[in-house]
Design a protein around this ligand. Structure first.
Ligand code: NAD
Ligand code: TYD
Length: 340
């Protein structure tokens, strides 16, 4: 079995590659990644010499490169993680989100059709459903909840999902889609809430909480997401969408307080800053379908997962120090410098 994993030098894709190489000792994994600011070759260092692994630097929008690689490798399965993934960046610069997330998806699926790929899996997000009100804790996103996006990021992911389902209906391409809630864990780029707060707290820097910090996200340890995708590509039904989430809803402010407590840092570091434009209030996944059809359940509780994650950042300064001392500094200054 040969699997092409796009975006495998990023957070979830790299964790997926580690999981697949270990869980399936006879599979070959080819990572195709453009190495944008979010992609990091050092993340894949431990598998670079593995004879069952190959890294190829390319853009999923580059038809020539994508078709060339598919022709060479004749993959059985393609799992697409490659995306521009940060909501705040999409608010500043939507164009690249449309290009990578929509056009890149179409290019990959065209190559799948050309080379008879047996399964194309699209890694999507719960953000395609928009948000839920805080005063209706009884409401959850199911696979039939209408798409209702808020940001250029979520709109580009929803557009891609619609294209994937259109390729299934029009061309019979064997596709599947997973829509997962917020992930956390090792190799998470420090622009996102949890790693940003850990790294700032370690440095005794301000912890910038947007608005009042009351927004709710449904957090899942990254390994549980990887296991869900592994199940879907092998046993999930073609043409179907599977929601992935662990019923672990938490307010942003509570997450930041937990990080302070775990690191022994004072809550006085918390600084409330101007809210994100169009900020979604609450995400909450109903994972009944993947549980009843495929038997998936999350294995890592938030209290264990956050401890493991914090320990990983403490043990792996070599991974994140070069990131935060490079171009990230300009990003941080631009996004947080004058944010009152
Ligand atoms: P990430 O930003 O950490 O990684 C994205 C990877 O894609 C990087 O390695 C980057 O170099 C690569 N990439 C970007 N543009 C590319 C292009 N044009 N061609 C080839 N490679 C390109 O993202 P992530 O958090 O690992 O998310 C992976 C996927 O999972 C995304 O599709 C995202 O929408 C989805 N998702 C993320 C979360 C989450 O909480 N992070 C939750 C649900 C779904
Ligand atoms: P983020 O990690 O960007 O994920 P998403 O927007 O895709 O859910 O943000 C998670 C939540 O944390 C979101 O409600 C925005 C908030 N947030 C802050 O309060 N401060 C920050 O510095 C960041 C990056 C996020």
């Amino acid at each position: 079995m040969t699997i092409i994993v796009t975006g495998g030098a990023g957070f979830i894709g790299s964790n997926f590659i580690f999981h697949m190489l270990q869980a399936h000792p006879d599979y070959r994994i080819i990572c195709l990644d453009k190495l944008t600011y979010a992609g990091n070759l050092s993340t894949l260092e431990s598998v670079m010499d593995n004879p069952r692994f190959r890294f190829v630097k390319a853009d999923i929008c580059d038809r020539g490169a994508v078709f060339g690689l598919f022709g060479e490798e004749k993959p059985d399965i393609v799992v697409n993680f490659a995306a521009e993934s940060h909501v705040d960046r999409s608010i500043e610069e939507p164009g690249i989100f449309l290009q990578t997330n929509i056009m890149g998806t179409a290019t990959l699926m065209d190559a799948c059709r050309e080379f008879g790929v047996k399964r194309y899996h699209q890694v999507s997000t719960d953000e395609v459903y928009g948000d839920l009100p805080l005063d209706r804790p009884d409401l959850f996103f199911t696979e039939t909840t209408p798409l209702h996006t808020s940001s250029p990021y979520s709109s580009s992911k929803a557009s891609a999902d619609l294209l994937v389902l259109a390729y299934y209906r029009t061309y019979g391409l064997p596709v599947s889609i997973s829509r997962c809630s917020n992930n956390y864990g090792p190799y998470h780029f420090p622009e996102k809430l949890i790693p940003l707060m850990i790294i700032n707290a370690l440095d005794d820097k301000a912890l910038p909480v947007y608005g009042e910090g009351l927004n709710v996200r449904d957090w899942l340890y990254v390994e549980d997401h990887c296991k869900a995708i592994d199940l879907i590509i092998h046993s999930g039904r073609v043409g179907e969408v599977y929601n992935v989430g662990g019923h672990n809803e938490m307010k942003n402010i509570d997450i930041v307080k937990i990080i302070c407590r775990e690191l022994g840092k004072p809550e006085s570091l918390i600084t409330y800053v101007k809210d994100r434009k169009g900020h979604d209030m609450r995400y909450a996944i109903d994972p009944t379908k993947i549980h009843s059809e495929l038997g998936w359940l999350p294995e890592t509780s938030f209290s264990d997962g956050i401890k493991k994650t914090i320990k990983w950042y403490l043990d792996n300064e070599d991974w994140w120090k070069p990131i935060v001392s490079g171009e990230y500094k300009n990003y941080y200054e631009k996004m947080y410098g004058n944010r009152k």
